[in-house]
Design a protein around this ligand. Structure first.
Ligand code: GAR
Length: 199
């Protein structure tokens, strides 16, 4: 069974969308893939409780407990490997995971590390994407599912969604409109990868 490990930091609505898709579309029998665990870098991430209620193994690796990024990432990589349990390296899905990963972590999971970002990349990498899209006068915004490389929010684009920016939008209303589309494109991107054998 191919393991999928999801990394979160907060609400976990993208994680929930992935879990629901895996359940409803029976990724286990269709693709031999199962969501093995959800790991958070924050113990208070709301998504952890939801995952537990679904019977999914959860773990917290708190970045605050480590003196530097490299040691946190090394503990995270160990947790990912042990959650996956099998011989094959897992697919690692960043779902609102708000930590920048070290090149070492990225290399360890090369080709199997995916992220969802709330902008139409390559526009608006980094934080505050919705504020910046509104400030720039964008008529359209959206989200991107992409492979993770050592460069922040770069890497091959797997899926994108587009939504209009409405005249009365603030960052919150735009974020909600974009987030709803993330819940569609993230499972779609993962489904495609599983179908293609992760290549
Ligand atoms: C999502 O909008 C996701 O794209 C964004 O955080 C939100 C998490 O929501 N991720 C980033 O900004 C990563 N740089 P969720 O916890 O409800 O899935």
């Amino acid at each position: 069974m191919k393991s999928i490990v999801i990394l979160i930091s907060g609400g976990g609505s993208n994680m929930a969308a992935l879990v629901r898709a895996a359940q409803q579309e029976d990724w286990a029998s269709r693709y031999g893939a199962a969501i093995a665990a959800v790991i958070s870098n924050r113990a208070d991430a709301a998504g952890l409780r939801w995952a537990q209620e679904q019977g999914i193994a959860t773990q917290t690796i708190a970045h605050k407990d480590f003196p530097d990024r490299a040691q946190f990432d090394s503990a995270l990589a160990q947790a990912v490997a042990s959650c996956a349990g099998g011989a094959e390296p897992p697919l690692v899905l960043l779902a609102g995971f708000m930590r920048i990963l070290t090149p070492g972590f990225v290399q360890t999971h090369a080709g199997r590390l995916i992220n969802v970002h709330p902008s139409l990349l390559p526009a608006f990498t980094g934080l505050h994407t919705h504020e910046r899209a509104i400030a720039a006068g964008c008529r359209f915004a959206g989200a991107t599912v992409h492979r993770v490389t050592e460069v922040l929010d770069e890497g091959a684009i797997l899926e994108q969604s587009v939504v209009p920016v409405l005249p009365d939008d603030d960052a919150q209303s735009l974020a909600a409109r974009v987030l709803a589309t993330e819940h569609l494109i993230y499972p779609r991107a993962v489904r495609r990868l599983l179908k293609a054998g992760l290549n």
